[in-house]
Design a protein around this ligand. Sequence first.
Ligand SMILES: [Zn+2]
Length: 319
Amino acid sequence: MIKTFLLLASISLALAVQAHAYGNTGHQVIGTIAAHYLEGTRAEKEVHALLIKDGLDRAATWADRAKLPEKYLTAEMLEFVTNNPNHHSFHYCDIPFQEKAYREGITGTNPHDIVHTLRICIGVLQSPNDNAENPLKINKRVALMLIAHYLGDLHQPLHIGCSYVDTSDHFINPETGAKGQPDGGANDFHIKSHTGSPLHRHWDTLAVKLAHDHAGATDFASFLIAHSPPAHEWDGVGSVSTWPEQWATDTLGNARQCFEGIVPHDRFLVPKNEKLDEHFEWVITLPHGYAEKSRDLVELELAKAGYRLAALLKAIWPG
Ligand SMILES: [Zn+2]
């Protein structure tokens, strides 16, 4: 479908494909969609005043770029990572996929998870003062860039829902008292063989690639705006600080779909290394039609995340 749509933009397409790093495409698309829904609003002006020369598409990749080795970091990134050595945990939570909702204190949640971090960032933007007197020690500009990124992660099912595997290789729910190993964001499941691509990567980048079909971020965003209009249930309800939790619950429903038909097998032990303790990993086979289903879900979630990023910023800066 997107191919027909893009025939009209084939010249800009050729340029755009080379202009965007592949791994960042999903986040750039979300920032581009949000910018569309902000056009002509006060929030658009506030965003521009904070980001100055960058757009939301560039801002949406800042938190991932801050994970690079120190020599690649800007002074602003270095200050953020120095003040927040646990910043990698800000990108996700690990709720058992069988659960129905994000709840405070449940398995896989903690004060440094994505929902708590988004709440803090929202508070920083709502504050009348722009100072670093908050748990993350960030100013409004950094808070905005973090929100632009984490709102995207909040719509990646495997950044919210997690599977836990028992000694018989069955999925269990630790909230029932059963014991199991968390799946490392589904990085512990390898497609087809021990060295196969992790399931997490399928959702982070491969499903996005299937969806955008070699289009650049700008063209893909235009396609999604045209083909996935906002639905009533995309809106947050009540206080804006509760929206991250509501949207995590929404994404958790999608995480259940990610594990449908997946059967871990051929477990193998991975010895302790500089990053991880000794743990098991598994081989999986994707069920028939999984790639197409994940592509369609990713299209919907990117469109939703872009719309919600704009809605959140308009709620913070109404008028
Ligand atoms: Zn992230």
